[in-house]
Design a protein around this ligand. Structure first.
Ligand SMILES: [Zn+2]
Ligand SMILES: [Zn+2]
Length: 309
């Protein structure tokens, strides 16, 4: 349901803004694969980005391969009445379909995989269902162990497919009462990044993009996406643009002095193809820069595991 709000920025005016936008693009993962493939050539992490393109192609195949599992009626009722995320990443009883999504992704990447990747995929294939569910729980709670690290992009990719499909089956009315602005109203996960879109009802507004289910929700640009403070927010970028604060960059880190966290902000007005997951992994140098200044990243990228690249 659209709610009139006052937007920030230079064109302040009242306008109908969708507070929550559920995932609706059936080519989401295919488009991300194309973006990774575009970013890979000549990039210092090109091999890794190329692997990510393959994973996203597998995600696209899996996404179209099966319908959403039946939605949990009781959880949706609780969401409508009490504003609880209906597909809580950590509380939701996952249907076995996510493991089929994982098998599709593994099959798509396994053909022609480099030896180290092939070994990881064979390890994944050998895990029984109980072990896979345990790895999934750790990925969703952000507590993966060193031994699991190489599995994270594949398990994370499968969980994204599953939760995105489930989120796409919801209606806006199912989530309209969720009002904790710093977490996803559908699954309770933190955002991977902020996105400013061009065109449509979301144009020129900041939306947070869920790291898991691709739901987007609106938040005023002046606020920190982690603590909602508006006193210490500033931007850092790698681009050598004319403005000293990097305002012309398509990718910026929004850092907050109040809670000492940061999250990246992607602006499609500066680069129409920028993708909050792909361009995030292609700009890890910006993470290093911001980390060095004492800020901690506030949201995960489920395709990333330390030590890649
Ligand atoms: Zn979500
Ligand atoms: Zn903050």
């Amino acid at each position: 349901m659209a709610t009139p709000i006052i937007t920030d920025g230079s064109t302040d005016r009242a306008r109908e803004v969708p507070p929550v936008v559920l995932p609706a693009n059936p080519r989401l993962f295919e488009e991300r694969a194309a973006r990774f493939a575009q970013l890979a050539p000549g990039h210092p992490m090109g091999v890794y980005l190329g692997l990510m393109a393959q994973i996203c192609r597998g995600q696209h195949a899996a996404f179209g391969a099966r319908p959403a599992a039946p939605l949990p009626a009781a959880a949706i009722e609780q969401s409508r009445n009490f504003g609880m995320p209906p597909l809580s990443a950590q509380g939701h009883a996952r249907a076995p379909a996510w493991r089929d999504d994982l098998r599709d992704i593994v099959a798509a990447v396994r053909a022609g995989a480099a030896p180290a990747v092939a070994a990881t995929l064979d390890r994944l294939r050998a895990l029984d269902d109980v072990s896979l569910e345990a790895v999934a729980d750790r990925v969703l709670s952000g507590t993966t162990l060193d031994d699991d690290a190489a599995l994270v992009p594949f398990v994370g990719a499968a969980l994204q497919v599953y939760f995105t499909r489930q989120a796409a089956a919801l209606t806006a009315a199912d989530v309209s009462r969720c009002d904790v602005p710093t977490i996803c109203p559908v699954c309770g996960m933190r955002p991977v990044a902020s996105l400013i879109r061009i065109g449509g009802a979301q144009a020129n507004l900041r939306y947070l993009v869920c790291a898991l289910c691709h739901t987007e929700w609106n938040m005023a640009r002046v606020k920190c996406s982690s603590c909602e403070g508006d006193k210490g927010v500033h931007y850092l970028s790698l681009a050598q643009d004319d403005a000293a604060d990097g305002t012309q960059a398509a990718v910026k880190a929004e850092a907050c002095d109040e809670c000492k966290t940061y999250l990246k902000l992607f602006n499609q007005d500066k680069d129409a193809l920028v993708d909050p997951y792909a361009d995030d992994l292609a700009t890890l140098a910006l993470d290093l820069l911001v980390d060095e200044q004492g800020f901690v990243r506030s949201g995960p990228n489920l395709l990333f595991h330390p030590g890649s690249g």
